[in-house]
Design a binder for this molecule. Structure first.
Ligand code: HEC
Length: 294
């Protein structure tokens, strides 16, 4: 068989690892590690290529997770509630640091640019300043001391920020909204009631046959005074939307005639308002039809 023409140079092309990246003789020439097989490798491009592969796999994994498991929505913000604004816990130390007089007010530029500039500048310069061969931390007093100092100050500032916040809460008698909601939910749970009271999380139940003449009776008989025009209830009076899931028509007749716990008997009053028996029967039938699921 005749082989195609092959350039000598092409045969000698060496790739990095199992990639298609050619091992070049670019401006960075990796040192020759062939004397230590498997022990070490060039940072560029060998090591970076491996890192990138791992990075891509992790990134795709995270993307798949975020797509398959959408972030839950919290409860809607309540603009009338008074809150003490707080950053997430991992920023508490910065938050606290920026409260100090020499990092805020007239000195805010120093606080924001000066100190962080020094800190990040030092991090950037570290590879050039800390060039000793020694790797054990106790033999590198300056680098270790700076690291230790940073860790201690982060812990200290976080703690101060949190204690301050708790004092503020106590002094103003406030309770963070999520804790308040949690306590309310726990209370309801202990009483065996549904715990979800967050508006928007509860499913909106529509009125069945909104234009039915029973709606007129509902107004005339005075139900509207407590259960509201939209039938969502108010005060102690519960929503009558979906009430058919709870009570049968016979039960509702009884409720109207005899009252129901906190609700007074309504029958006599309704008759006095000129509502007929038939209309009341129709109203109760219509209410019994009010079901959340059709
Ligand atoms: C004075 C206020 C008031 C008026 C007027 C009133 N209700 Fe009520 N109703 C209540 C209260 C309060 C409850 C809750 C009772 C309880 O569970 O303690 C209730 C409960 C009910 C329930 C049971 C709901 C449930 O979730 O268990 C039905 C059905 C009902 N009312 C129908 C009517 C009808 C029909 C009318 C008009 C004829 C009417 N109500 C007028 C206050 C009122």
């Amino acid at each position: 068989m005749a082989h195609g023409h092959k350039n000598n140079d092409e045969e000698k092309v060496i790739f990095v690892g199992d990639s298609r990246v050619r091992k070049g003789s670019g401006f960075i020439t990796p040192p020759d590690y062939t004397a230590y097989p498997g022990k070490s490798e060039a940072f560029i491009p060998n090591f970076l290529l491996k890192e990138w592969m791992v990075g891509v796999v992790v990134l795709v994994g995270i993307l798949v997770l975020t797509i398959s498991e959408p972030a839950p929505l919290g409860y809607p913000a309540n603009p009338s509630a008074s809150v003490i604004p707080m950053p997430d816990w991992y920023f508490l130390f910065l938050y606290q640091y920026l409260k100090y007089p020499y990092a805020s007010g007239d000195y805010v530029l120093l606080g924001v640019l000066g100190v962080s500039g020094v800190a990040f500048g030092a991090l950037l310069l570290a590879p050039f300043l800390d060039t000793g061969k020694e790797r054990r931390f106790y033999k590198r007093p300056i680098a270790s001391a700076l690291m230790l100092l940073s860790v201690i100050s982060v812990f200290y500032l976080t703690n101060v920020a949190w204690t301050h916040y708790e004092h503020e809460l106590e002094a103003s008698g406030q309770k963070p909204e999520h804790i308040q909601r949690e306590e309310e939910a726990l209370e309801k749970h202990e009483q065996g009631l549904p715990t979800s009271s967050a508006p928007g999380q509860q499913q909106e139940v529509a009125i069945v046959d909104k234009d039915d003449p029973a709606m007129e009776t509902y107004k005339k008989a005075g139900c509207i005074g407590c259960h509201a025009a939209d039938m969502k209830g108010q005060g102690n009076a519960p929503s009558l939307r979906g009430v058919g899931d709870k009570h049968s028509q016979e039960e509702i007749v009884t409720i109207v005639k005899e009252g129901y716990n906190g609700m007074p008997p309504m029958y006599d009053q309704a008759i006095a308002q000129g509502v007929t028996d038939d209309e009341i029967i129709h109203l109760t039938e219509w209410l019994a039809k009010q079901k959340a699921e059709q």
